[in-house]
Design a binder for this molecule. Structure first.
Ligand code: PQP
Length: 401
């Protein structure tokens, strides 16, 4: 780490998207936090923030830190996006408002109540099915990946054929927020075919008439959004709705396997299942990073981020900033995790978070009803992604109650 006299800003050569860093990002996160409130990442020519206070402030300031130039490394002011930009993620007010309002109603806690009992039943059925095969299984593949795939595509109203495309499409999209490294190149070969399938599923006549997708098209009938916007908003659901929750569920399952006392706490008090998910999202930050772009010269600390520059927000680093969290590396159901930035903050804060929480609550409730202890039985394996803290396998053995 060096300091340039002119800018008075720490400069780092670190590569947050290097495979070994993605494998274990905690050291880099600490280095960034310790270096200062803002750091310049020379390798990519971007700024970075790892401290809670600055990340929180920047996320809340959408006028100063825009999303419309893209929330990945690619700067839409100067580069063509690889796909038509998202009307939610890659937009700011006023364009962002109508799509956001429509989706926030469809995915809001009140509408989701209707799904609650059927998702609880689905979770019980999945847990029964897994345990019938034995008490040793892969918590990542058999539960965390299986459950969202069981409930979410049905809730959207997708046909059965081609659902196996959802995870690879999401994986590539989340890689594409980073630099064009080997992870992006690996996905590039299939992306045309995957994108064609995704786009085809956004059409009204492909979707059932009672799912989230149909509700988006109904919003176009009402004039709340235009007919041109509807398919892109369906695309957002298909892009954002599976990989994110798969890794959120993997995070909470891994957290419990690694903290047996916390699992016993949930067993005694199943109401803790809801807090557990937010604490796991704080602890693991399934979405590790997103970029913003400065809309003007912005003063932070002793430096100025010039207009048009990209800033990498380390949600994962902020969620473990010891300036904000006591004993941040501990997964602890006694703490109040609210205020974590794992779902972002401000006007872009995750519109799907109620869906994710409901999935987690259903799965944990079903698991807590049958499983007394969870033990990790072998080496766990990460799945590397430029944006997501993801899993390939978490081998566990459980004892039944
Ligand atoms: C984390 C929207 C949201 C959700 C899109 C899109 C993609 C990803 C996400 C990220 N996202 N949670 O394409 O509209």
């Amino acid at each position: 780490m060096t300091t340039t006299a002119a800018l008075d800003i720490p400069v780092s050569q670190a590569d947050p998207f290097a495979l070994d860093v993605l494998e274990n990002p905690l050291q880099l996160q600490e280095d960034l936090r310790e270096a200062g409130p803002v750091v310049y990442l020379e390798r990519y020519g971007v700024y970075a923030m790892g401290r809670y206070e600055q990340v929180h402030t920047a996320l809340t300031d959408w006028q100063g830190f825009q999303s419309a130039a893209g929330v990945g490394l690619s700067n839409f002011r100067y580069e063509n996006p690889w796909r038509p930009p998202s009307l939610l993620l890659e937009a700011d007010p006023p364009h962002h408002d109508a799509p956001r309002l429509v989706l926030s109603r469809i995915l809001g806690p009140r509408t989701l109540q209707k799904l609650r009992s059927s998702w609880l039943t689905d979770a019980e059925a999945l847990v029964d099915q897994v345990l019938l095969r034995g008490t040793e299984f892969d918590a990542a593949a058999d539960l965390a990946a299986a459950f969202p795939l069981r409930v979410f595509p049905d809730a959207v109203g997708l046909p059965d054929a081609g659902r196996e495309n959802l995870l690879p499409y999401g994986d590539h999209t989340f890689n594409a927020f980073g630099p064009p490294n080997s992870l992006v190149q690996r996905g590039a070969g299939r992306i045309g075919e995957l994108m064609d399938w995704i786009n085809a599923q956004c059409a009204r006549d492909v979707l059932t008439d009672d799912g989230f997708g149909a509700q988006i098209w109904a919003a176009a009938d009402r004039g709340d959004i235009t007919y041109e916007q509807a398919p892109l908003i369906v695309r957002s659901l298909l892009t954002a709705g599976v990989d994110t929750t798969v890794n959120g569920l993997a995070a909470v399952l891994f957290a419990f396997a690694a903290h047996p006392d916390q699992w016993q706490a949930v067993r005694k008090n199943p109401a803790l299942a809801r807090t557990a998910f937010d604490e796991a999202v704080r602890w693991e930050s399934p979405v590790q990073t997103f970029f913003r772009t400065a809309t003007q010269d912005i003063e932070i600390g002793c430096t100025v981020i010039p207009d048009g520059q990209k800033i990498l927000m380390f949600l994962g680093a902020a969620n473990r900033d010891p300036r904000r969290w006591e004993n941040p590396d501990r997964f602890d159901l006694q703490r109040d995790p609210s205020g974590h930035v794992g779902f972002g903050m401000g006007i872009h804060q995750c519109v799907g978070q109620h869906v994710a929480r409901l999935e987690s609550e259903a799965l944990l409730t079903a698991l807590a009803a049958r499983v007394d202890t969870i033990e990790i039985t072998g080496p766990v394996h990460r799945h590397l992604n430029n944006t997501l803290r993801s899993w390939k396998s978490i081998p566990v053995e459980v004892t039944l109650s």
